[in-house]
Every structure is written in structure tokens, then in C-alpha cells.
Design a protein around this ligand. Sequence first.
Ligand SMILES: Nc1ncnc2c1ncn2[C@@H]1O[C@H](COP(=O)(O)OP(=O)(O)O)[C@@H](O)[C@H]1O
Ligand SMILES: CC(=O)N[C@@H](CCC(=O)OP(=O)(O)O)C(=O)O
Length: 306
Amino acid sequence: MSKSAKYALSDKIIDKVSELSEMIGNLKELSGERIVIKCGGELMDDENFLESLGNDIAILRTLGISVVVVHGAGSQVDRVLAKLKIKNDFFDGYRITDSATIEVVEMALTGLINKNFVKYLLKHEVNCIGLSGKDNNLITAKKIRRTQKDEGSNIERIIDLGFIGDPADINLEFFEDLLDNADLVPVISPIAFDKSFNTFSINADVLACYIAENIKATKVIIMSENYNIKSKDGIINGHIKPSDVNRLIENTTDYKMILRLKASVNALKNGVEAVHIISSEDKHSLLAELSSLNDTTSGIVICDNK
Ligand SMILES: Nc1ncnc2c1ncn2[C@@H]1O[C@H](COP(=O)(O)OP(=O)(O)O)[C@@H](O)[C@H]1O
Ligand SMILES: CC(=O)N[C@@H](CCC(=O)OP(=O)(O)O)C(=O)O
């Protein structure tokens, strides 16, 4: 029987449907798994990005993939501090955060950015909850201690970063409840109390990796405009083995990338299968990355088995 021109599907449609079917098949390999998505602060002002991400997360949820989001707010904090004429410096990729600065950081992260992110998930009918590490002791922070040796001297100086912490504890029971019983997408602002109820800010990449290790996530996806390693040997991207990361760290001066890489290697050591540091520029970049089964990447994939 020949194809009737009136009713047969065009080759273009058939090709599209075949591709869609293959992509859904690939994504379904993650069904029942958990992934942690970290979005940098710079993306939090970009409505097109948030719409596209909301849509992509909704699709992942319909395929039975559990999602946790951790977001930053670096550029929003920069803006508010500039408006308030509060000066601040960076050290080793961290913002030196005094008591006036931590108030701005918490307001931007937990007040503004967190709830705006929730809006874009709700618009795409994703059941979600916006929290900071403070809520129900989701995360407990511990002050970071840094020292520095001056050139030609063996004396170590203590560098006080202020209210900057590392994650030290997690309320895993509550996390499991949110994911498995309430079936929600937790959207987490990287602010937490320490044991004495002082407020601390945690680097969002570090927190995303810490959460992933603890909830036994398969992947961490770090979405950023900074998704290449600018090293002495040029610009590096593609697949990288964890054993090659130390050399790359030595060859770059981008402190935020160094923090990102160190946190990623740690996550892999603790059971996460792959960390993807990907471009946020193209529409649906999250789905594109996840549906290609680690074969192609818009940025960097750190994993052992490639
Ligand atoms: N020297 C520095 N060290 C660490 N962070 C910095 C430094 N200079 C600027 N920043 C912060 O880093 C942000 C950009 O970091 P980047 O890795 O590109 O993005 P993101 O973490 O948002 O994905 C800026 O908005 C600023 O808040
Ligand atoms: C501790 C620390 O670095 N806090 C960041 C905010 C959280 C974060 O990591 O935001 P980005 O991902 O947007 O950089 C800051 O003060 O800028």
C-alpha cells in the first residue's frame, strides 16, 4: 500500500519523533535516581533561563527522577552591596563576609532569589519547597579557617573570612521525607546556622556536592556561565577523570573554578557518579546534557568511567 500524501506523516515528523523517543529512553535511565542541580547567581536574573529550567525539571519529574536544587546569588549580592556602599574583598574564591555583609547575603539568597526560583517551578506545576539550610536544621555550617604563608616566611597568618562556612551536618531524615514522602523538589538557599546559631554563608557549589554525597545522588549538574577551565594550557572542557583534576587545579588561577573542581572530586570520592559543569546559555541545556548519556557535554563532565 502506498503512503497517501494526505494522511502519512512527513519524514521530518518521523525523524523528530524518533529523536524524541531516543531522548526519553536515555532520560529514563535516570528514573528512580536523584540528581542535584546547582544554578549560579548570575542565572537567577535571567527569566528565559528560569522558564527553560522550570520546564526541564517538570519533564524530569514526570520521568520519575528526584531533583534537588541549590542556587547561588553572587551577582545579586554584588549589586546590593554596591548600592549600600559596603565594600568587600574575596579570598580563595570566597567573599569575605562580615556581619553587615552576611545580612545582605541572606536577604538576597533566602528572601529574593529562593522565592523567585520557586515561582518558576510552580509555573511549570512542579511541587516544590523553598528552604534555607536553617529550616529544620537541614544543614549545619562550620566556620572555615584559612591561613596564608607570606613569601619567604614560614609564619602562617590566619585569614578571617567572617561568616563563611562549610557544610558540617545534614538532617538526612528530613531530606528523605521531602524527597520520598512529600515528593517535593527542595530548592535550597546556601545559608545555615552553625552549632551556636550564628548565620553562615556556604559556597553553593560546595553545598550542592555535599548534599549529593549524603542523599546518594547519581549526578550533580552545575549550571553556570563559567563552565570551562581557563588553564595555562588553554581552555579545557569535555570529559575529565578525577585523577586529572589536581593537575588542572594547579594550572588555573580561577579560584571559583578551583572550589568547584575540589568539591566535585570530593563528591565523586563519596559515591556520586558524575559531576557535570554545564553551560546555561542554550534553551533546554539541562535536558540536552542528561539525554545524551554522558556522550556529549556543553562544558565539563568529571567522572571515572569514560
Ligand atoms: N575574586 C573572586 N573570587 C571569588 N568570587 C568572585 C571573585 N570576583 C567575583 N566573584 C563572585 O563570583 C561571581 C561569578 O562567579 P561564577 O563562577 O562566574 O558564577 P556562578 O557561581 O554564579 O556560576 C560574581 O558574581 C561575584 O559575586
Ligand atoms: C560563600 C559564598 O561564596 N557565598 C556566595 C553566595 C552563594 C554562592 O555560592 O553563590 P554563587 O554560586 O552565585 O557564587 C557569595 O557571597 O557571593
